[in-house]
Each structure stands twice: as C-alpha cells, then as structure tokens.
Design a protein around this ligand. Sequence first.
Ligand code: FAD
Length: 417
Amino acid sequence: MPKDNIDILIIGAGIVGVATAATLAESGHKVSVVDHQGICEGTSSGNAGALAFSDILPMASKGVLAKVPGWLMDPLGPFTIRPSYLPRLLPWLYRFWRASSAHMLERTVQAQGAMMRQAEPEMLGLMRRAGIGRMVREDGSLELYETESELNASLPGWSAKRAAGISFEHLRGNQLRECQPGLSSRFIAGTFVPGWKTVSDPKHVGQGLWAYAQNKGAVDLRDKVLSISATDEKVTVQLASGQTINAAKIVIAAGAWSHQLAKCLGDVIPLETERGYNTTLPVGAFDLKRQLIFSGHGFVVTPLETGIRVGGAVELGGLELPPNFKRSEIMLKKAEQFMPGLQSKGGRQWMGYRPSTPDSLPVIGFSSSTRNVLYAFGHGHLGLTQSAITARLISDLIENQEPSIPIDPYSPKRFRS
Ligand SMILES: Cc1cc2nc3c(=O)[nH]c(=O)nc-3n(C[C@H](O)[C@H](O)[C@H](O)COP(=O)(O)OP(=O)(O)OC[C@H]3O[C@@H](n4cnc5c(N)ncnc54)[C@H](O)[C@@H]3O)c2cc1C
C-alpha cells in the first residue's frame, strides 16, 4: 500500500535536508525526511565546520587553475584526479574550465556574494531559534603564506572580497604570532578574517537542527529512494524496502547523489563529487586559537569541541572508488611540520563527498518537468555555510513567495546549453 498524505518529502538528511525540514516545519508544513544513512551521518557529519560567509570565490578561479598542474603532478597533492575516473570526468572538467572565464567568474562571484549576505543571518537565526546558537564560534580564521609570491598571488582574491564588503587584515611578525602562537617560522604572513565563524561540531549542528525540526512535527524514515515519478497532482517515490510514497511535493537534497534522482525527472545536471579527507585528533592536541587555512596545501585545521580536525584536499574520483586514506596521513604530516608540538596520535580518519557543480554554485529551483519537485543540492565546499539560506529559498518557492534573492544564477536550467 502506498504511504499517502505526505505534504512534503525531503530526500536526504544531510545538513541541507535537515535545515530545509526545520524551516518548512517552522511554517507549519507536514514534513518527512527519508535517508538510508540516518540524520547527518554522511558528508555533513565530518566536514571542517566553517561558516565561511566570506568564501565567495569559485573553485575555478584563476588562482586555483594556475596551481592545478603542479598539484596534479603529485598523486597525493591537494588536488588530484583518480586516473581510472578521468574519462567519466571530462565533460565536467570542460564545464569547470569554461566557468573560469573572466565573464563567468564575475557572475559567479556576484551570485555567491548575494547568497552569502543572506546566508549569515539565515544560519545564525535558524541556529538561535533551534536553541543551538552557542555552537557558533566567532574567532575568525587565519590564512597562512610561506612566500611573498604566495601572498601576492592571493591579493586579487582579497580585493574581490573587499569589494564584496568582507573585512580582513594582513598580518606579519608579532601580530601574526599573537594571532596563532606556536606556528612554524616558515610562515611569513597571514590574513585574519574576523567575520569567519566555525561551529563546535558540524554533526552536532545537524542533530540540533533535526531535534528542532522534530519538535515542530517533522518525521524521519530510514530508507533508500530508488526512483521518482511525477504527475501534476502528486509525486511518487519508490523505496528500496519495497514501499511507495505519494507526496504533494518533494525536495531533492541528496548531496552528491542528487543528480541520479534528478535524472528520473529528465534533468541532466553535471554534478560531480570532490572527495575530501581529514583526521580528527583528540581534544587538546594543539592550543588552536581559530581555524587555520593552509591554502597553498589545500587543507585547514579547525578547533572543534570534539577535537582538532586536520583536513581538506580535493580528489575527483566519483562515488564508487574506495577511499585513499594516505591523503589524510599526508595532511597530518604537513600539519606536524606547520604546527610544531601538535599531538598527532590517536586520530580518526574520515572521507566525505562534496557535491560539486562546475561553477561552484548550488542547484536551487524547480525540476523542468514539474513544480512539485524542487532541487536543493550542489553546495560543494559550502554546504554547511549555505544550508539555511537554501532552506529559506526552498521555503519561498514552496510558498509561492518572491525569493529573498534572485535565484536565476542557481537554476538547474543553467546547464542546458
Ligand atoms: C573535507 C570536507 C570539508 C568540508 N568543510 C566544509 C566547511 O568547513 N564548511 C562548509 O560549509 N562545508 C564544508 N564542506 C562541504 C559540506 O560538507 C557539504 O557541502 C555538505 O555536507 C553537503 O550537504 P548535503 O546535505 O547537500 O549532502 P550530504 O551531507 O551528503 O547529505 C545527503 C544525504 O542524502 C542521502 N541520500 C543520497 N541518496 C539517497 C537516496 N537515494 N535515498 C535516500 N537518501 C539518500 C545520503 O545518505 C546523505 O545522508 C566540506 C566537505 C568536505 C568533504
């Protein structure tokens, strides 16, 4: 027997699905969430915990592309492609390259900036209403450089951020050492971003938002969605358990797997995964004052209430290949050199799947076949940061309200040409 009478079904209980459930349940919608892993058990559980509201530069920005050839030479470098996956990746890489043109980059930075201006009040507001405002850390971030040329190469990016109203300060000497004592002397300069925030633990944030959603009536189902079909009246979802669900509307928030479901509705979305790795060391492994960003090496170190998390890196290798935890080890070894005295024993390794579009913008909007199916995925490196603003935009669309920012830049239709 099909399960009927579901108002809105959200597929995926990562941070985007959970924030969307909380926001819709707040406005009185009857919401169910379906996920075969449970609440925030996948990529949203183990990320670096940054609320990176100032991070408006796309991956395809010039600085990154210039570094890629050097990185690719190193199979354990910060940006790699698993060779066996390369043929499948080529169409996405072509779009990624096209997204790096000056014209496209300018549009992307504007769209990302517009989203980030709303992302901050939306996320902090949702966390406060959910009673988890104390999980936000407001101690900024420090990006570090080993050479003058590395600092100089970063300056155009900082100018773009200044133009978008983001404050920062370049530090040297004592100022740098005070901002983070105990760093290796190889770092000659750093940039402090005071408005950058982190959370005490991303998994706890997801669980906290879910507890709030549940309190407002949201329900979770543990199952895997196999297929979706839609008519003008309803959407039918086939589950691995053999059950069928009929819902008035569905939201696809299935992270890096979302394109597989969008295909059922006739939409071909170029979504890839940028796999990322980390190691979480025990609490007290280093006296870390704030998140440190080693962008020349593609990783960050974050102070969490559950430990010190060392990680990042981008590995383009799809959804099936097994993890290569040598990447976690390499970043940890570098962190030992960069932060002398780091207690690097007893860590827990992890890999997650960033859901990434070629232009680094998320996919938010209606499916091409029906307005009863909405998309909320593709946030790449920024899913935690942009979860609440995505939830707000989805809620605006469902309630037939003018979205709080123009949503054309995030439309699934942008990939048609
Ligand atoms: C190393 C690393 C560091 C990161 N650091 C940050 C950071 O500091 N700040 C930040 O903002 N972002 C960061 N990110 C990115 C962020 O983690 C992701 O963008 C975000 O978690 C994506 O959330 P999501 O809800 O879209 O997807 P997910 O968390 O992947 O959730 C999707 C869910 O959908 C479920 N699902 C998939 N298919 C189906 C199906 N067919 N049926 C049922 N359920 C299904 C999955 O089980 C999963 O639980 C980082 C990512 C990595 C890997």
